[in-house]
Design a protein around this ligand. Structure first.
Ligand code: NAD
Length: 365
């Protein structure tokens, strides 16, 4: 990678970290580098008022360091509010590894990353995210206890994705109840964008309920595999946003609700697993509200995964995990109603509840 050295007399124009829009009073940002393994990672610790900052590690082939930094800042902030609204005693953190998970993720690199996590003494606890598998967390566990999402055979709660998908399914049902008066998804036209770990498990829940499911992904093999397994339809068009549908479920990467897509959207509900679906929370939240599209806040309905990994820290069982995840239905319905009553966006309504919990704890201290 060729990097230009910024001249010191130009530095003031850049404000590379604290000046970023996505920098929202993060407590700590850790840049990790290891020449031998090629590790380049950023750990973002947004807020630890409620507890240690827990959030997954994402490995992605970012086009620039700016993109990686922006991603980790947005993701770690999201974790703060996700844990807060879910009632967990956790703060918000996240890590990104810069590189292609398929070709650059080696055991040595993961171990080195684990050492960096360990050096933070438990202030940040990691788990899996895009580009990571349970086996990677098992490896990290050999160098630090500050990791969750490890396999069941090693005492962990296993892959969180099916639990995340179940929570999204619950949130989607609540949004349907609010919008259509019934939470039955049979015959509803639902587009699932991204059929990875969470997307596939969501498709399973939806097809069991008899929804008319369309799937989209950049991976053709995966599309065929999931279509054959659940008898769903592969989306063959080139602009998913403009398709007439009841529910759009973004389950790939974030920011798909943005200036380019929002006016094309022809859906009644947005409910999916991807983090940070709104490119700009205030602006795009408002635009969705004006257009009458019900948005089930991502950080609220995709909390099943964090509930699952939290169980590893608190030693609660599968039944309790599923009970807490099922409760996403009730919380979502409350938030949608509250947004209406207060005439604010659903994102803002969820955010306010989460922030109030953080503020209350801060005042207790
Ligand atoms: N795994 C969890 O428990 C969990 C928890 C909370 C949130 N999330 C979020 O949910 C999303 C999916 O997570 P995952 O674990 O299933 O990841 P994954 O890597 O298993 O799956 C992502 C899928 O999206 C596809 N994809 C990527 N870019 C795409 C595009 N432009 N259009 C269509 N498809 C595209 C990929 O090919 C892949 O199949 C991520 O945003 C993640 O942060 C996951």
């Amino acid at each position: 990678m060729v990097t230009e050295v910024i001249k010191t007399n130009e530095l003031h124009k850049i404000d590379p970290v604290f000046g970023q829009m996505s920098f929202d009073n993060h407590e700590q940002i850790v840049f990790c580098n290891d020449k031998d393994t090629g590790l380049k990672a950023i750990i973002g610790i947004h807020n630890t008022v409620l507890g240690p900052a827990l959030g997954g590690t994402r490995m992605w082939n970012y086009t620039s360091e700016w993109e990686a930094l922006n991603d980790v800042l947005r993701l770690s902030r999201g974790m703060t509010y996700k844990s807060a609204i879910t009632g967990l005693n956790l703060g918000g953190g996240k890590a990104v590894l810069i590189g292609d998970a398929k070709t650059q993720k080696t055991p040595e690199l993961m171990l080195k990353f684990g050492e960096f996590v360990h050096s933070l003494g438990g202030k940040y606890i990691t788990a899996e995210d895009v580009g990571m598998a349970t086996s990677d967390m098992d490896l990290v566990r050999t160098v630090t206890p500050y990791v969750t999402g490890i396999s069941e055979s090693k005492g962990g709660a296993g892959n969180p994705s099916p639990v995340t998908a179940y929570g999204v399914f619950m949130g989607m049902k609540a949004a349907a109840k609010y919008k259509f008066g019934s939470d039955i998804l049979e015959d509803k036209v639902i587009y699932v964008q991204g059929i990875g770990n969470v997307g596939e498990a969501l498709v399973e829940n939806l097809s069991n309920e008899g929804a008319k499911v369309y799937i989209a992904d950049i991976n053709q093999d995966r599309l065929e595999e999931v279509r054959d397994k659940y008898s769903v339809n592969i989306y063959g068009g080139d602009n998913i946003y403009a398709e007439e549908m009841d529910i759009y479920a973004p389950c790939a990467l974030g920011a798909t609700v943005n200036d380019f897509t929002i006016n094309q959207l022809s859906t009644k509900i947005i409910a999916g697993a991807a983090n940070n679906q709104l490119a700009e929370e205030q602006k795009h939240g408002k635009m969705l509200r004006e257009r009458g599209i019900v948005y089930a806040p991502d950080f609220l309905i995709n909390a099943g995964g964090i509930i699952n990994v939290y169980a590893e820290l608190e030693n609660y069982d599968r039944k309790e995990i599923m009970r807490k995840t099922e409760n996403i239905y009730n919380t979502t319905l409350e938030i949608l109603k509250k947004a209406d009553a207060d005439n604010i966006t659903t994102h803002q309504a969820a955010f306010n509840v989460a922030q109030a919990r953080i503020d209350a704890r801060k005042n207790e201290k």
